[in-house]
Design a protein around this ligand. Structure first.
Ligand code: AMP
Ligand code: ZN
Length: 197
């Protein structure tokens, strides 16, 4: 029997050629356990494998596959996504620092804005690649993405070679000059920094 495809999951986008796992966000967007808020344009969800104490994703209901598919016609949507993220962290986490932005080359289908507390303290953060996706130029601040779209009519993205280079950079603490040897050492070190309210 054919499964009924929910509105937000329906896509005829030919770029949906990755593995089935890459469509996981579309499923989570419809799971009340994960939904933080929703309106006519977006759904905000909890990240299923949070890479910090607080980690959320804002996704458009419109089927935009990734930053590569973003054009000027999406400008107000991107601004709305950022406003939703800012309003939520202001309301819920008054004194915490959050980073709000996109991965230059996301692995999951459907454009998603990361909203992540800067403690980077989480069991699910295990690898150097995880670390570097949030703590190098692989992480594109939402405001810069919007500015790039306004200035260029599209989002200027690092090349695949540059992305690879960012993900292979040596580990470095995001709060001080410490250069840990490996992930266990980095995780021990950052626990000395973070103090979430
Ligand atoms: P990226 O595509 O690299 O920008 O990141 C995808 C994000 O989605 C990661 O932070 C994952 O932890 C998260 N994630 C992966 N699968 C799911 C899922 N099924 N539901 C919710 N979040 C997920
Ligand atoms: Zn440090």
């Amino acid at each position: 029997m054919k499964r009924k495809i929910p509105q937000e999951e329906a896509t005829d986008n030919p770029t949906v050629k990755k593995g089935f796992w890459a469509l996981g966000l579309l499923k989570t967007m419809n799971d009340p356990k994960y939904i933080i808020k929703t309106d006519d344009q977006i759904t905000m969800i909890k990240d299923m494998y949070p890479k910090a104490q607080h980690h959320f994703l804002v996704l458009p209901k419109q089927d935009i596959s990734s930053l590569k598919a973003v054009t000027v016609k999406h400008l107000s949507l991107l601004k709305h996504m950022e406003n939703i993220a800012r309003a939520y962290v202001r309301e819920k986490f008054k004194y915490s620092n959050f980073n709000i932005g996109y991965h230059a080359d996301a692995s999951m289908h459907r454009l998603h804005l990361h909203v992540i507390s800067d403690d980077m303290d989480s069991e699910a953060l295990k690898t150097k690649k995880h670390w570097n996706t949030f703590n190098t130029k692989f992480f594109l601040n939402s405001q810069n993405v919007i500015k790039s779209l306004e200035d260029n009519g599209k989002v200027l993205l690092p090349s695949p070679e540059e992305c690879k280079k960012y993900l292979e950079l040596p580990l470095k603490c995001h709060k001080c000059s410490v250069v840990p040897k490996n992930m266990p050492e980095l995780k021990r070190h950052i626990s000395t920094h973070h103090k979430i309210v």
